[in-house]
Design a protein around this ligand. Structure first.
Ligand SMILES: Nc1ncnc2c1ncn2[C@@H]1O[C@H](COP(=O)(O)OP(=O)(O)OP(=O)(O)O)[C@@H](O)[C@H]1O
Ligand SMILES: [Mg+2]
Length: 303
């Protein structure tokens, strides 16, 4: 297992995993690791929040355990549930072997660990029993209900869980926890208070071009800058869904596949579907200010 003992270690880890980060983000990650506090990352779609958890797991050689949040997510899907089908089967088998008179024994058996389905939170607590703590990614917490948030608060306070029929699972070492939110609603202060908070902004053109260069093999530096500048221009307009970094990366890869080393207005029109995914947005990009936007992004790319 690797560790990150300094901010420079974190910067190196991120760079080795080809994650281009501001120093402030590296400092926040370092503190989250050093203080064993959950890291709360908020930002628009596609700015690299989820990727932080992935690169931390890969860079530290830890297992990544992901809990994807959604409306209606409940404890049975986040923590554990009993394997009902297996329990029924076990009862039937016991009956057929005429063991049913030992009802208490069968009950004990069906509420034992081999009938427990461990969901991500329990897996993350348990994993330290065998080895290094996991990286627990609680992705898009803003999509879960508020009751779930309250429950999560408890887990993140104690890092232990009691299954009444079995006993208490307690993490010997705390997992590294990364929570993300797209801010579709505000997450409660009580939860945020337990975490180190960082807002990931869209990168500036220079940084986005470095991301593109590190992620797209064979991309021309000029093309990386021009595509990033064009995407930055799109982001300043009221589109229904503005592109994230993943779209810039996909677009640059498409442009490379077309043999481009720089951007021209016609190519933009032909490939805009790599960056804008709603018909109204595509129409707006083509019909409103297309030339002015292109020229402006050209100047910005050269700046
Ligand atoms: N700073 C970065 N360095 C390198 N790659 C990045 C960076 N930020 C984003 N990416 C790339 O952009 C893609 C999108 O990132 P990610 O999925 O982490 O975004 P997100 O913020 O979680 O988005 P969403 O809110 O839609 O889930 C990833 O595939 C990642 O490769
Ligand atoms: Mg994400």
């Amino acid at each position: 297992m690797s560790t990150a003992r300094s901010i420079e270690d974190v910067e190196k880890l991120l760079a080795d995993q080809r994650y281009v980060a501001d120093r402030d983000l590296a400092v926040t990650i370092f503190l989250a690791l050093a203080l064993e506090k959950p890291l709360f990352l908020e930002g628009e779609a596609g700015v690299g929040k989820t990727e932080v958890a992935k690169v931390l797991a890969a860079g530290l050689g830890r297992r990544l355990i992901r809990l994807q949040c959604y409306e209606g997510l409940d404890v049975s899907h986040a923590l554990y549930e009993w394997n009902y089908a297996k329990q029924i089967l076990h009862i039937r088998l016991a009956e057929s072997r005429a063991k049913a008179d030992d009802g208490a024994g069968v009950e004990r058996e069906i509420f034992s660990p081999s009938f427990l389905i461990k969901r991500p939170l329990l897996q993350a607590l348990e994993i330290t029993e065998e080895g290094d703590p996991a990286v627990l990614l609680i992705d898009e917490i803003d999509r879960a209900d508020e009751e779930f948030e309250a429950f999560l608060l408890e887990i993140l306070s104690d890092f232990q869980v009691t299954v009444p029929e079995i006993g208490t699972f307690s993490a010997k070492q705390r997992p590294i926890v990364v929570l993300t939110s797209n801010r579709t609603r505000e997450v409660h202060d009580a939860l945020k208070r337990r975490c180190l908070y960082y807002w990931i902004d869209y990168p500036n053109i220079e940084r986005e071009a470095s991301i593109v260069t590190s992620k797209v093999p064979g991309v021309d530096e000029r093309l990386a800058h021009e595509a990033s500048a064009y995407v930055a221009a799109l982001r300043s307009e009221p589109f229904f869904k503005v592109p994230g970094i993943a779209e810039t990366i996909d677009w640059a890869a498409a442009l490379v596949a077309l043999g481009k080393t720089s951007l021209d207005e016609r190519t933009v029109a032909e490939t805009i579907g790599c960056v804008l995914k709603y018909q109204e947005d595509v129409r707006r990009a083509r019909d409103t200010n297309a030339t002015a936007r292109f020229e402006q992004s050209r100047r910005a790319a050269r700046a």
